[in-house]
Design a protein around this ligand. Structure first.
Ligand code: ZN
Ligand code: FE
Ligand code: FE
Ligand code: ZN
Length: 274
């Protein structure tokens, strides 16, 4: 079984994951992966410092330490595992300058763009799940994917994380929002942003890959490129369900994935006999 890079790994630094970076790296080696990347939650740059929740994202005081940790681990694992430095950055409209400042001049291999908020509503947080009831689901999907498209259009992100995470708890419009999916795929292709096949969705109430179904097909049809991520919040989750994600992608005709280094992409083949 081929083992492809897992680019979406958290650590205890975000306040809601367990284990240090080294434990995740060891888990990856044990699995037979040859490459991983960390994508810790970026400090909540859009909020005043005293309103940033240390159980949602790493505090700013940890950012330099996070980078240092990953870079030194890269040296220590040099012969066993390629380790990339990434970050999971929320997209918050109107706060682009603050994001750029937070990213600083650290040597990122990639920056994830993730939408976790609509206004001040952190919809993927179990605490605020009730607020789905306030929405017409068609309007909610439209609002969410409009934000995803706007994120891609900023050009600030290399890869979009868990693209349809709005479905996390199983809330969906009665009719698949085909036009919204199509427009999203067209815009992401235009922006040439990579999309993550995020396997955490298989372990959530929705029990599906992020993205899946009509959206995933539309992305493939538009020629969008993909990468794999487990969104591991515990060392045992590294590389989880990659076989299932690869099966979905190859069924749709995807033959290559991308790898990141220094915010540049190269393709690699996922064809079984290649
Ligand atoms: Zn997280
Ligand atoms: Fe996320
Ligand atoms: Fe994540
Ligand atoms: Zn995530």
């Amino acid at each position: 079984m081929p083992r492809f890079p897992d680019y979406h790994i958290h650590t205890f630094m975000c306040g809601h994951a367990v284990g240090g970076a080294e434990e995740y790296a060891e888990a990856a080696v044990e699995l037979g992966l040859s490459e991983i990347g960390f994508a810790e939650h970026i400090p909540m740059y859009w909020l005043p410092v005293d309103e940033r929740d240390p159980t949602i994202a790493m505090p700013m005081s940890r950012l330099a330490e996070y980078v240092e940790t990953v870079l030194s681990l890269r040296e220590r694992f040099r012969d066993r595992l390629t380790i990339r430095l990434g970050v999971e950055a929320d997209y918050v409209p109107g706060c682009e300058e603050e994001l750029i400042a937070m990213l600083g001049d650290y040597p990122w291999d990639y920056v994830y763009g993730s939408v976790h908020y609509i206004g001040d509503w952190g919809f993927d947080n179990p605490e605020y799940r009730d607020r789905y009831d306030e929405w017409d689901l068609n309007e909610l999907y439209e609002a969410y994917f409009t934000r995803v498209q706007a994120a891609a259009a900023t050009g600030l992100f290399d890869v979009m994380g868990h693209l349809d995470v709005i479905k996390k708890w199983g809330h969906r419009p009665d009719q698949a929002p085909t036009a919204v999916f199509e427009a999203t795929a067209v815009e992401l292709a235009r922006c040439d942003v990579v999309v993550e096949a995020n396997t955490a969705g298989y372990s959530k109430p929705v029990n599906e890959l992020y993205p899946s179904g009509e959206l995933l097909s539309a992305l493939v049809r538009q020629g969008v490129r993909f990468t794999l991520g487990s969104d591991a919040h515990a060392p045992g989750e590294v590389g989880r369900d990659f076989e299932a994600a690869l099966a979905e992608l190859t069924t749709l005709g995807v033959t290559e994935l991308v790898r990141f280094e220094g915010r540049r992409t190269t393709e690699y083949s996922i064809a079984p006999h290649d």
